[in-house]
Design a protein around this ligand. Structure first.
Ligand code: GAL
Length: 421
């Protein structure tokens, strides 16, 4: 979409959240005025969680009017382009959603668009209640640059419990089991593997879990650090496996978004789907109860992680209000309000587990024990240009099914990023 068109889209999506406190007046010294928060959280679960965060903020600062600037599109497909136009044009939102890791550091920090938040982390005691590994990927040149609100897990296979139990099948944990289950279900008139890849990132999302399942945690990590060759036979094998998986999808996949694929499971028409745990928030918001989860095939004890965070653009108009926003979303209260609805777990380590769903309690344990690897589709593993090259290669693979050509394109994306020869 053209930048100008996208800009109009964001305006159309802007909702002014009730100014709950404006008629109550402003307590002396408390922030007032506006706060524009930019994100892509519009789907079920996502929007509810964002509202819970706004409510936390309003409780503390009732006089501030929050402008909810959202641009729909999973994984920020449309939002990131709008954000770029705005930031480069000197029209920064007060604070925006950005993934911890390369997306934050390479796109916005190195280029000098953000203000450091190290003092805030110190004064709020966050360096003690957030994992060092997370702080590390928010850091650059000795400073910390954004506040994480959650940890999401990307490598989950969600399934419809009734479909599997009616067919006397267990949820698959390996690729062999996946193909046995998928093969058995194909004859029963349900979609074995639900996919919605309308926005171009969803196949790349599923494929990163296939890479993990084929190369293991170290092998997958090495793809992003130059230690594992994209030309390796294991990458070929991963593409072949994914090609076979694609033969079990719904025929309308190109017309559906990730939550559209979720409807297959929710409506009892699809058996399995690979998606991040915002799907858990979505199921909850839709009151879908009959779903189960396992790590994606071959992904046991590997946590494919990403974190949503917010920072302070140097050009933010309402700086005090942003600082108050960052304090609210880094607080235990804010994270305990947001995450149970979002499907994710807290970035803080001191949230009360009892507030969370069984899925989240399960994943909280794994966060402590699993090998953690960075998601590429969700900004943690690679700089934006490389991640986009990867994403586009896999999106094309869905239609071309050309293993050799796709492997070449993946290698080229790595070379273009200066990480492969
Ligand atoms: C991810 C984001 C999640 C969720 C998902 C689908 O990139 O980190 O919070 O919103 O996209 O939109």
């Amino acid at each position: 979409m053209h930048g100008g068109v996208l800009y109009r889209v964001v305006i159309a999506f802007m909702l002014t959240v009730t100014v709950s406190g404006s008629w109550l007046g402003t307590s002396r010294g408390a922030p007032a005025g506006k706060l524009e928060i930019f994100s892509w959280w519009t789907a079920g679960g996502e929007a509810d969680a964002l509202k819970a965060l706004f409510d936390t903020y309003h409780k503390r600062y009732p006089a501030v009017q929050i402008v909810n600037a959202t641009v729909a599109g999973g994984a920020g497909t449309n939002a990131k382009a709008v954000l770029k136009t705005r930031m480069l044009g000197g029209d920064a939102p007060d604070s925006f959603q950005v993934h911890a890791g390369h997306e934050l550091i390479d796109t916005w920090v190195r280029s000098g668009y953000m203000a450091p938040l190290t003092d805030l982390f110190r004064s709020e005691g966050w360096t003690k209640v957030m994992p060092p590994g997370l702080i590390e990927i928010l850091s650059y040149k000795g400073d910390i640059w954004s506040v994480p609100v959650n940890i999401h897990r990307a490598n989950i296979l969600w399934y419809n419990k009734k479909i599997l139990s009616d067919a006397h099948l267990m949820p698959p944990t390996t690729f062999d089991e996946f193909f046995k289950v998928a093969g058995a279900l194909k004859t029963k008139g349900v979609v074995p593997f639900a996919l919605g890849d309308k926005e171009g990132w969803e196949a790349g999302h599923a494929f990163e879990t296939v890479l993990i399942g084929t190369l293991g945690a170290d092998g997958y990590r090495g793809l992003w650090t130059g230690k594992t060759a994209w030309t390796s036979s294991k990458v070929t094998a991963a593409l072949e496996t994914f090609k076979k998986m694609l033969s079990y999808t719904n025929t309308d996949h190109a017309a559906l978004t990730w939550d559209g694929a979720g409807e297959y499971l929710a409506g009892g028409k699809g058996a399995m789907m690979i998606m991040g745990d915002w799907a858990n928030g979505w199921f909850t918001s839709k009151n879908v109860k009959d779903y189960g989860w396992v790590p994606a095939p071959g992904n046991a004890n590997v946590y494919d992680a990403l974190s949503d965070s917010f920072g302070l653009p140097k050009k933010a108009r309402d700086r005090d209000n942003v600082m108050a926003w960052l304090r609210a979303l880094g607080s235990r209260e804010g994270q305990e309000a947001f995450n149970p609805l979002k499907g994710s777990i807290c970035a803080r380590t001191d949230c009360s587990a009892s507030l969370f769903s069984p899925y989240q309690q399960w994943t909280m344990t794994h966060w402590k024990t699993d090998a953690i690897v960075p998601s590429v589709i969700h900004g943690a593993a690679a700089s934006e240009g490389w991640a986009t090259g990867y994403k586009d290669a896999i999106a094309l693979f869905v239609t071309s099914r050309d293993t050799a050509g796709t492997q070449k394109a993946l290698q080229k994306a790595c070379a273009d990023a200066g990480m492969c020869k």
